[in-house]
Write a protein that binds this ligand. Structure first.
Ligand SMILES: Nc1ncnc2c1ncn2[C@@H]1O[C@H](COP(=O)(O)OP(=O)(O)OP(=O)(O)O)[C@@H](O)[C@H]1O
Length: 261
């Protein structure tokens, strides 16, 4: 099995702050990882490394068989699909939904004068349909609900047929119905053997879709535990990451957690 992403002894520092401290991680083909940890644990920083948006202060980041720092990152980035609120904020409100997805083919936000062929348009429409937002293709991004925006962003992140898919809090800010519908869609994606290797970041175990195979628990920039999710997402490890006693449930493919005592 080939490794899709590999972090070896990676540290990220900003001034005196240590954002990530000696992180090692291997994401293999076919794996779906969830990264969980409290606010400030370093989750977004980790995704920035995995999307070649940031260089480590120490250690080595390998992505898709290349070493970050020794490769043209503009060739690497289209091979990685990313959704994050930072990226969503850069999408112009007046952009049509179809163009939000199409423009990923050029790794840009905001369509300008690029030409897209029929294949690209068909692919964008197919992805919008698989995310159940094809009826919104001609609407502008600024008119969508939060849940609809999340789905459009995921469709966009899949447009280049990425080898690595990174999802930063894909269900963040959704109401209960919106969250449940999106988690179901993400389960379909994670359980599809043709989907790319995936790393999903969340604060909430209830947002973990069925089909996630591995878990990385972070706290204060350090790894609390990592490995196959069944062995890693335990009450002891989650309690250590969040600093309070928690019990963990796992029923019908869905996880839950609550405080005890
Ligand atoms: N440029 C910087 N200088 C100093 N500290 C920084 C800088 N950028 C981020 N940090 C700090 O690094 C830590 C990790 O940030 P990061 O955004 O990766 O955490 P996170 O786990 O994604 O948090 P959240 O769940 O709140 O989004 C935070 O404490 C943050 O304040």
């Amino acid at each position: 099995m080939a490794s899709v992403a590999e972090l070896a002894g990676v540290t990220v520092r900003r001034g005196d702050a240590v954002l990530l401290d000696s992180i090692s991680l291997i994401v293999d083909e076919g794996e779906r990882w969830v990264v969980i940890g409290p606010n400030g644990a370093g989750k977004t920083t980790l995704l920035q490394l995995l999307s070649a948006q940031m260089y480590p202060s120490d250690g080595v980041v390998g992505l898709l068989g290349e070493v970050v720092g020794a490769v043209d990152i503009f060739e690497l980035r289209p091979r990685i699909g990313l959704t994050s609120s930072a990226l969503a904020h850069r999408i112009p409100d007046h952009e049509t939904v179809r163009d939000v997805v199409l423009s990923a083919a050029y790794a840009i936000v905001g369509r300008w004068r690029e030409e897209y062929d029929e294949y690209d348009v068909a692919r964008a429409d197919e992805l919008l349909a698989s995310l159940r937002v094809d009826h919104l293709a001609d609407r502008t991004f600024g008119t969508l609900s939060e849940g609809e925006r999340k789905r459009v962003q995921i469709a966009r992140s899949l447009m280049t047929d990425p080898e690595l898919l990174l999802l930063d809090e894909p269900a963040g800010g959704l109401d209960l119905a919106g969250r449940e519908a999106l988690v179901q869609t993400l389960s379909d994606l994670c359980l599809d053997p043709d989907s790319p290797a995936t790393v999903l970041v969340t604060h909430h175990v209830e947002e973990i879709p069925d089909g996630i195979t591995h878990c990385l628990l972070l706290d204060h920039g350090r790894v609390v535990a990592e490995g196959p999710i069944e062995q890693t997402l335990t009450a002891a490890n989650l309690s250590a990451a969040f600093g309070l006693p928690l019990e963990v449930g796992h029923v019908d493919g869905r996880w839950s957690a609550r405080g005890v005592g």
